[in-house]
Design a protein around this ligand. Structure first.
Ligand code: ADP
Ligand code: ZN
Ligand code: ZN
Length: 659
């Protein structure tokens, strides 16, 4: 049977739905694949195109389909790079070539006339500031990165405690890359959350910077992308989509806060920016720096194995800035001793002291993934699945379920650990806490930062700059306040419920909790005023809480990696998560079960561990039912093959993620 190729002749998103079918000559069949660059007859001329799909079905009368002429020589570097990256994403994330290309190619959409522009951010008219003189560890890190880039060019993991001066290191390396005429991409979690850091880049590099952010219009984005393509910019700063900036000669990618979850895409292809950046750096011959105070387990594991180079910054860079003093308060004792308020006695008195001295306070309400889990108000213990060591979620009808393995029990009336009758689904909203602050500390000015108060284009930065200007005594917020701010007048950080995020039904719960607590604690005491942190928790002895209170990443990593190994969770071993969704509950469960059976059968000899299916923790979303299957195996290739086979069934209801 002849093989046909779908080919695009013009690489742009709008061209994706205008592919042309060509016959693949037999001698090319073995080598041709999506992403291949080929010569084709087009009208009366011969042109070069890219293969985006292959198949056996002719779309028109086969006698009218013309043959591919042959492979084309490597051509326009930029387009080849985009194609190669898309082809890699297609394999790695099991998406279609079109989905991969739509992600990789920046939208081509001209600015609409009369479109209001984003008001010029205050940072664009800053006095220029000379670069800081690097301290010893910073200078060593810069040298090591340059050495790595000139040699083996592995990604460099820059592990530096909060305030250790990672940003200065990035800027020093960037400067040299730019001086060599090459360009730089800097990924940060969300610009409106880190505007202070962005300011520093403007102070250093001024007009050569382009900014991409989520609150921009398509037109504004387009303008930046086009400037980058024409080589008019040297640095683009943005969230994960900025990775696909079409720079003519990309020399360096920096991913700040590399552990951040915003670097995982939620739509197909569900890519991880760190992985894609690694591939892109390789394709472009660019360097890659991953920076964090709390690296992801994956990255640290790679650094340990030598796949990444590890560089450390172990001290705070600014003079008279020291790590804050941390007190861990046991909420079980507060309750036992009659304090039912959400403020422990210690936190309350420290807050009163700060308010009297007119110093600022940050209160961090950890609400990550609190939905539905059940815990004891007396001892703080959540109800866990005995098989999977993740928390059970409350479902209608009073059932507690494990979304990993399907284990299910009736919610008990008393706590299985301590017998207390005070067990309940957890959850305290920011608004409620705001009310409690106003009651407990009359006269204190509070700014609340959460999803509700940050709507609109300038939502985040409005609140943050108001707080930075001293417009309030207390900043109360969820995880969005912990990322990378530098408020010199904050001398106290209170973490209201440190352990909530530990109970999330995810094998990464401890990792995420450690990162949140460490980053939140790192907000205190940054210039002159000594900082203090109060961590309120039901689990003062938990290793994630303990290690975070000492800002001790190594200790956390050692403990966590052993657990991952025991349970065969990544990075020790790989895991494929398969999500099956459908509108008919029974039929969907049946499909998930039959897939599980097929995989069990097909991979029996390989020893793959197939768990489930079980309802996803959001088991029904907009009337679509969802079942999850987990497949664990040390061999990533084997899991990729399973994913590819699932993909081949062509069933859009089956989606898989490889961890
Ligand atoms: P990180 O990115 O690791 O959190 P930053 O680069 O933001 O750290 O640095 C923290 C603070 O220390 C900033 O206020 C910065 O201006 C200051 N700083 C960094 N490096 C130096 C240096 N070599 N000398 C003096 N101050 C420095
Ligand atoms: Zn209990
Ligand atoms: Zn379970």
């Amino acid at each position: 049977m002849p093989l046909y190729a779908d080919i695009i002749v013009n690489i742009s998103v709008s061209a994706l739905d205008r592919t042309f079918q060509y016959l693949v000559p037999e001698e090319m069949e073995a080598a041709i694949r999506p992403g291949s660059r080929v010569d084709i007859p087009f009208g009366t001329r011969n042109v070069t195109g890219y293969v985006v799909g292959l198949g056996r079905t002719p779309l028109v009368d086969p006698s009218r389909i013309r043959p591919v002429l042959g492979f084309a020589p490597k051509g326009v570097a930029l387009e080849d790079r985009a194609m190669a990256l898309a082809a890699w994403m297609r394999e790695r994330y099991g998406c279609t070539m079109n989905q991969a290309l739509t992600t990789v190619l920046p939208a081509k959409k001209a600015v609409r006339k009369g479109k209001a522009k984003l008001p010029a951010p205050a940072w664009e008219d800053l006095e220029m500031r000379p670069p800081a003189v690097l301290n010893g560890s910073q200078a060593r890190a810069v040298q090591a990165i340059e050495e790595e880039m000139a040699g083996q060019n592995r990604p460099v993991l820059l592990h530096g405690i909060t305030g250790s001066g990672k940003t200065e290191v990035y800027m020093a390396v960037m400067e040299k890359v730019m001086a060599a005429g090459r360009q730089v991409i800097l990924l940060i979690p969300e610009i409106s959350l880190t505007y202070q850091n962005v300011r520093r880049f403007y102070q250093r590099f001024g007009a050569r910077i382009g900014l991409i952010h989520s609150r921009q219009s398509q037109g504004e984005k387009y303008e930046t992308v086009e400037k980058a393509r024409r080589g008019e910019l040297s640095l683009v700063i943005g969230p994960r989509s900025a990775l696909f900036t079409p720079f003519p000669d990309l020399g360096l990618i920096v991913i700040d806060e590399e552990h951040d979850e915003s670097y995982f895409s939620e739509t197909s292809p569900r890519y991880h920016s760190v992985e894609v950046a690694e591939k892109l750096a390789q394709l472009s011959g660019a360097g890659l720096i991953l920076g964090s105070a709390t690296p992801s387990l994956d990255s640290y594991y790679k650094a340990e194995n030598g796949a990444y180079r590890l560089e450390k910054l172990e001290f705070r860079a600014a003079e008279d800035s020291e790590l804050p003093r941390v007190e861990v308060v046991d909420l079980r004792r507060e309750m036992k001793e009659g304090n039912k308020s959400i403020f422990s006695r210690s936190l309350k008195s420290k807050m009163e002291e700060r308010l009297a001295k007119k110093e600022q306070i940050i209160l961090f309400l950890n609400r990550r993934g609190f939905a539905g889990f059940v815990s004891c108000r007396s001892c703080g213990k959540p109800l866990l699945c005995p098989h999977c060591d993740v928390s059970l979620t409350l479902h209608r009808g009073g059932f507690l379920k494990c979304h990993y393995c399907g284990y299910q029990i009736h919610a008990p009336e008393t706590c299985p650990s301590c017998g207390s009758p005070y067990i309940a689904a957890f959850g305290t909203g920011t608004q409620k806490v705001e009310g409690l602050i106003e009651k407990t500390f009359p006269g204190a000015k509070v700014l609340r930062m959460d999803a509700d108060t940050t709507k609109g284009k300038e939502g985040h930065s409005r609140i943050l700059s108001a707080f930075a200007r001293g417009g309030a005594d207390i900043l109360l917020g969820t995880q969005m306040i912990v990322k990378g701010h530098d408020f010199p007048r904050v001398s106290l950080v209170g973490i209201l419920a440190a352990d909530i995020s530990l109970y999330r039904e995810d094998y990464r719960a401890a990792e995420q909790t450690f990162a949140l607590l460490t980053q939140a604690a790192g907000r205190a005491g940054r210039a002159g005023i000594p900082g203090e942190v109060v961590i309120q928790t039901y689990q003062p002895d938990h290793y994630a809480v303990e290690a975070a209170s000492r800002q001790d990443y190594e200790a956390f990593y050692r403990e966590e990696i052993v657990r991952r190994r025991l349970l065969h969770y990544p990075p020790s071993g790989c895991m494929l998560e398969v999500l099956v969704s459908g509108r008919d509950e029974q039929e969907n469960t049946a499909l998930a079960e039959s897939l599980a059976e097929q995989i069990r059968h097909g991979s029996a000899s390989s020893g793959a561990d197939v768990i489930g299916p079980a309802p996803h923790f959001r088991s029904k979303v907009q009337d679509v039912y969802r079942q999850v299957l987990l497949i664990k195996h040390p061999d990533k290739e084997l899991l990729l093959r399973i994913a590819a086979r699932l993909q081949e069934t062509g069933n859009s209801r089956v989606q898989s993620d490889l961890y």
